[in-house]
Design a protein around this ligand. Structure first.
Ligand SMILES: NC(=O)c1ccc[n+]([C@@H]2O[C@H](COP(=O)([O-])OP(=O)(O)OC[C@H]3O[C@@H](n4cnc5c(N)ncnc54)[C@H](OP(=O)(O)O)[C@@H]3O)[C@@H](O)[C@H]2O)c1
Length: 300
């Protein structure tokens, strides 16, 4: 199969591309520069120069490949619209990468009891409505004979297999902790996020490509941890001394509003029973805290 991946040079898309190529599939990837195109080519991916704003490029490539995986940006509506237009009537798979910050509450580091399955009604914050609407658009493309699937990802950890091996999440927290000399969580840090290892995530994309039904939506998850547990594990691995609490305003100044409120200080808890039951997903890694201790530990 030839698969078109937007974000093939990124953390999620690059790992999915590597897994696909290991199974003998061919991958075409979108590249924003000739330099990135060369890097993709060296990684065995056929590059196509363009961006998510180039509707015609997206459409051309989507029409001449067997499947499309949109892994560049969960929030780029125009790209999703262009891909759906191109694939309408084809029956081809379109996998879209979303994220569970659509569930984020304004908890400021306090715990939250709600755990979502795919059957739990959503009650998104106004800031998250555009992403939820894109997910809906993707699912509704089933009515236009696109085998469309939304994969709603949690905090992803682990080393990616592509050109960009680091996630935007744990490595960024680690980098800021190294620079400032202290790892910090918001408030009491008792807010909880679900998580999954990037290789398990990629395995789920491959299963969804093979067997997910048109219009389906899957949460992705294998385990959860509070931010305090994550940050304390980072502080210990990096030998930084005790993790500390910071106020929401301090976190917003450091990370920006969206990141501080909907990622670092919120609760986003899901269960991926449907992926296990319907697609036979069997994730192998279950603890971000263990991974931090093993992968990020600074030697004596
Ligand atoms: N990582 C996570 O834990 C996680 C969890 C849930 C949801 N998500 C969402 O999933 C998406 C991908 O995440 P990621 O971690 O894989 O990010 P990433 O490592 O930054 O990869 C994104 C890739 O997409 C490309 N890209 C971005 N915007 C583009 C555009 N306008 N045109 C063409 N290419 C573009 C980037 O190209 P360049 O190399 O040229 O920059 C990069 O190769 C993001 O929207 C993210 O919010 C991520």
């Amino acid at each position: 199969m030839r698969v078109f991946i937007t974000g093939a040079g990124g953390y999620i898309g690059g790992t999915v591309a590597a897994r696909l190529m290991a199974r003998g599939h061919r991958v075409t990837g979108l590249a924003r520069s000739s330099e990135k195109a060369e890097q993709l080519r060296n990684a065995g991916i056929e590059p196509v120069i363009g961006s998510l704003d180039d509707a015609r490029v997206l459409a051309d490539v989507a029409r001449r490949t067997d499947a499309v995986i949109n892994a560049a940006d969960s929030d780029h509506r125009a790209a999703v619209e262009a891909l759906i237009e191109a694939l309408a009537g084809s029956g081809k798979p379109l996998l879209h990468t979303s994220g569970i910050s659509i569930l984020g509450d304004n908890a400021g580091g306090e715990p939250g009891g709600r755990i979502f399955t795919e059957d739990t009604p959503l009650d998104p914050a106004p800031e998250k409505l555009p992403r939820v609407a894109i997910d809906r658009l993707v699912r509704d493309a089933a009515a236009r004979n696109v085998r469309s699937v939304v994969l709603c990802n949690p905090l992803i950890y682990g080393r990616g297999l592509g050109l960009h091996p680091d996630s935007v999440q744990i490595p960024a927290l680690a980098e800021r902790a190294r620079r400032s000399g202290a790892a910090s969580y918001i408030g009491r840090g008792l807010n909880v996020w679900s998580h999954a290892h990037v290789e398990d995530v990629a395995d789920l994309y491959l299963l969804a490509l093979e067997r997910a039904e048109a219009g389906s939506f899957y949460f992705v998850e294998n385990g959860e941890a509070s931010f305090r547990e994550i940050v304390e594990a980072l502080a210990s691995a990096l030998r930084l001394g005790p993790a500390r609490s910071c106020a929401v305003d301090e976190a917003i100044a450091a990370w920006g509003y969206q990141r501080a409120v909907f990622s670092l200080g919120s609760n986003c808890r899901v269960r991926a029973e449907r992926a296990r039951r319907e697609l036979g997903w069997r994730p192998k890694h279950s603890s971000v805290v263990d991974w931090i201790g093993q992968a990020l530990a600074v030697p004596d």
